[in-house]
Design a protein around this ligand. Structure first.
Ligand SMILES: Cc1ncc(COP(=O)(O)O)c(C=O)c1O
Length: 396
């Protein structure tokens, strides 16, 4: 028996694979420092847990409408209005099992064989694979460190074709941490305005902002809102990665299509998790302040340490919880008698010889870089950086 053809072009998630390897080593008693996970190290706030417990106690344990309970969809509309100045009605919202499912279903509902989706590189590893699973073709638009990883509108214009069905925007970005400025978003809006495509705005890191303001394309180009799909979720903002709770808001026709896919696949996100999400959205929003301050302190500590290492250069990200140090200065140097050739090899050496899990840049569409998460304690970060420095020092 063979696997389906659609799986032939798909790669397993390298982030999940590296995390699993790091966890397996830790389970064997190896002292691994994991800087690989895109997962807050803070616990889910107590009032959110309580809401789930309460829902369970009250027997709220049955199927709900596929798109999510009305109360939650109304709260999501309230959040989009309050935080993003975007107006949506509950029938323009579908609640999913994480933002990941919301993005997956967007592509499944939208793409025909060979339809193209523009993805700005570096990108989150799952976008191209999800596009391909839906029969689409990812088309990459490179952004550059010199430009702060901001997109070049002319490069977007050149990449657009009659087959372009959507463009994916992710600000703050995983993995670069770049936050798109008003000017950058205006440039993108201008580039896509003349072209009939959707704009998928993955706002999952919205709350993790250290500089500047968070803007969605819809804020700078209200005329494009009818073509906008906003993706967001609870994982990163409310430390709820394991609860699997996300959503999409967009044009009714698309949301109805996504709901149909969910009807025939997972049905609703877990009932009591929906109640927890409601508590998260309606509860105090100042819980983010100390969390963001802590992340900011870690970011500065990590960036300063990396920039003090010879052959390494690291941009200070404006958002999210990743740094993307440029390690191209190490390529060509010798390590254990052989030249360093790429980020995959560096990542393997780091894990095998220095017990640090850090993602290679290559699967994110950016060779010569590695991605480190600072969503872990300062103690672990110091230890990981010391080991990384030891590695850099051992290259010749
Ligand atoms: C850019 C981006 N979008 C979406 C997701 C998925 O988040 P969720 O946990 O809500 O599925 C992630 C998770 O790492 C991410 O980095």
């Amino acid at each position: 028996m063979n696997l389906a053809n659609r799986l032939k072009a798909i790669k397993p998630s390298p982030t999940l694979a590296l995390n699993a390897k790091a966890k397996a080593l830790a389970a064997q008693g190896v002292d691994v420092v994991s800087l690989a996970a895109g997962e807050p190290d803070f616990d889910t706030p107590e009032h959110i847990k309580q809401a789930a417990v309460e829902a369970l106690r009250q027997g709220f344990t049955k199927y709900t409408p596929t798109a999510g309970i009305l109360e939650l969809r109304e709260a999501i509309c309230g959040k989009l209005e309050r935080d993003n100045r975007l107006t949506y009605a509950p029938d323009q919202v579908v609640v999913s099992v994480g933002a990941k499912q919301a993005i997956y279903n967007t592509f499944q509902a939208l793409l025909n064989e060979g339809d193209e989706v523009l993805i700005l590189a570096p990108y989150w590893v799952s976008y191209p694979e999800m596009v391909q699973l839906a029969g689409g073709k990812p088309v990459f638009v490179q952004t550059r460190e010199e430009d702060g990883f901001a997109p070049d509108p002319d490069a977007i214009r050149r990449a657009l074709s009659p087959r372009t069905k959507a463009i994916v925007l992710n600000s703050p970005s995983n993995p670069s941490g770049a936050v798109f400025s008003r000017a950058a978003l205006e440039g993108i809006a201008q580039a896509v305005r003349e072209h009939e495509c959707l704009i998928i705005s993955d706002d999952i890191y919205e709350r993790l902002l250290y500089q500047g303001e968070f803007l969605n394309l819809g804020n700078v180009a209200p005329d494009l809102v009818p073509r906008l799909v906003v993706i967001n979720g609870m994982s990163k903002a409310y430390s709820m990665t394991g609860w699997r709770m996300g959503y999409a808001a967009g044009p009714k026709w698309l949301i109805a299509g996504m709901q149909m896919i969910q009807d025939q696949s997972t049905s609703n996100a877990a009932s009591f998790v929906q109640k927890a999400a409601l508590a998260a959205l309606k509860g105090p929003q100042d819980i983010f302040v100390p969390m963001v301050e802590e992340y900011r302190g870690r970011r500065d500590m990590v960036v300063d340490a990396l920039n003090s290492m010879e052959g390494v250069r690291c941009r200070r990200p404006e958002g999210a919880f990743y740094v993307l140090p440029n390690v191209s200065g190490l390529l060509g140097r010798m390590y254990k008698g052989a030249p360093l050739t790429g980020s995959m090899q560096i990542s393997e050496i780091l894990l095998n010889d220095f017990r640090v899990a850090a993602m290679p840049g290559a699967p994110f569409g950016v060779e010569g870089y590695i991605r480190m998460s600072f969503a872990t304690s300062r103690e672990q970060l110091r230890k990981g950086l010391d080991r990384f420095r030891e590695f850099v020092g051992s290259t010749r």
